[in-house]
Design a binder for this molecule. Structure first.
Ligand code: CA
Length: 450
């Protein structure tokens, strides 16, 4: 059996890597976009025709999850393809311009690094949030090119980007953008700037070498600063919902322009595109998570279930739903498989290559069980099929998500054995984890300008 598995894997790799048929890979990550904030998930008050077109061309995950309910840990899981609690990246990394310990541990081999070694040209546009100092700089983590910023959030209006050299932890929102390691003068709204740079990158690529783009928009994360033009396209909304919607409209425009550029350059049919949000939408900022319980920051579904779609014309079926639970961890494993590369043996991936599941070749479940832990413990969840256990501030609940998507009917007294089983599985998983390497940054004090 041991011999058969590598042989099969090699055959699959040959299939994907024969000639130059390996696809380009684009990972579009939205920031704090709610489960109910795009048309393909049922949103009716914000127009998102381009994002919806992606879903129409591919598969819509109705149970698409991320590994954490806020930014930095979720992104660490995506980039490493492994539960971020395995390597201590469990809290938001505090922004620092000089601390050489605050960032995604360099012992992890990140997705861009694996793809670069496999022969891909790699580029990142947008938000990093995985460390602000040189060891963690995207150019040291596998990217050939960067246009963006290193912190966890940013002003959108270019006239507000005034800081050349950040010194204070709240300077990060106002720093000038980086082109690789150089500060630049930007003149466009941030969402438009990242779109422009991604499209220009695509225009520069040839057909004989595949590329990987990590298009990491900070929209619609706060500050709620849509452009005047996008705000005018949601005239019927009010208050924060309107501001938030303006940012989503800009994001959708960006996806549309990337899509058009792929078509114009002849790359579309050979490009695998993932689109998802890094965590659930924050309700106080105008997001909408549909029927899901709660929002960003919690392990209830509103925090960890996100809009998530993947497309690859001619390979992945178009316009269908895939209902089994998938994870953002699967992005790395899928991308590595189609690129014909693997993860280091000593650091096995937690995700799976989704392609055989989506083509129908593999009819089993991608994941028998998935786990969540926040803040080093105290907040937990486990999902096995339709059953989900959650523990939040000592409140333990069990829900059947097929019948109760809103997690409103606690079944822990009805199925105590099932609950105990999930708890035991969580404890067993927890033994393989380490403590968080740092605490979440404290909120700004009253006298700290932001
Ligand atoms: Ca986020």
């Amino acid at each position: 059996m041991k011999k058969i598995i590598p042989a099969l894997f090699a055959a699959v790799c040959c299939l994907y890597t024969f000639g130059e048929t390996r696809p380009n890979i684009i990972l579009i990550l939205a920031d704090d976009l709610g489960y109910g904030d795009v048309g393909f998930m049922g949103c009716t008050d914000i127009p998102t025709p381009h994002i919806d077109a992606l879903a129409t061309e591919g598969v819509r995950f109705t149970n698409g999850t991320v590994t954490h309910s806020f930014c930095s840990p979720s992104r660490a899981g995506i980039m490493a393809g492994r539960y971020q609690q395995r390597f201590g990246h469990e809290n938001n990394v505090p922004f620092s311009a000089d601390d050489l310990t605050l960032g995604l541990p360099v012992t992890e081999k990140l997705l861009p690094q694996a793809l670069k070694e496999a022969g891909y040209t790699t580029a990142m546009f947008g938000k990093w949030h995985l460390g602000g100092t040189e060891p963690f700089h995207p150019l040291n983590r596998g990217f050939d090119e960067l246009y963006g910023f290193l912190g966890g959030g940013h002003k959108y209006f270019p006239e507000q980007l005034t800081i050349e050299t950040p010194t204070h932890r709240f300077d990060e929102y106002k720093t000038k953008l980086l082109r690789n390691r150089e500060r630049v003068e930007e003149t466009e709204h941030l969402t438009e700037a990242f779109t422009r740079e991604a499209c220009a990158f695509i225009e520069r690529q040839s057909a004989d070498k595949p590329f990987f783009i990590y298009l990491s928009y900070n929209a619609p994360h706060t500050p709620l600063q849509p452009s005047k033009e996008t705000l005018e396209r949601v005239p019927n909304l009010k208050g924060k919902r309107r501001q938030y919607a303006g940012l989503v409209v800009g994001l959708d425009d960006g996806v549309g322009r990337v899509f058009q550029t792929l078509e114009k350059t002849g790359h579309r049919n050979n490009t695998l595109i993932f689109f998802l949000s890094d965590n659930g939408g924050p309700l106080p900022h105008g997001a909408d998570n549909g029927e899901l319980r709660d929002d960003k920051g919690t392990v209830y579904e509103g925090g960890i279930r996100v809009p998530f779609t993947v497309s690859w014309p001619g390979i992945i079926p178009a316009g269908v739903d895939y209902e089994p639970v998938v994870s953002s961890l699967d992005i790395y494993a899928t991308a590595a498989a189609v690129a014909g590369t693997t993860a280091p043996e000593e650091r096995p991936l937690d995700g799976v290559n989704l392609i055989p599941y989506l083509t129908g070749e593999d009819k089993t479940l991608p994941h028998e069980i998935l786990f969540w832990r926040q803040g080093g413990g105290g907040t937990w969840a486990a999902r096995q099929g339709n059953l989900k256990m959650s523990e939040v501030r000592n409140t333990v609940e069990l829900h059947d998500l097929d019948k109760d998507i809103s997690e409103s009917n606690d079944l822990s007294a009805t199925y105590p054995e099932k609950l105990q089983n999930l708890k035991a599985r969580l404890r067993s998983w927890n033994k393989k984890l380490v403590k968080p390497l740092w605490n979440n940054p404290t909120p700004p004090k009253k006298d700290e300008a932001r």
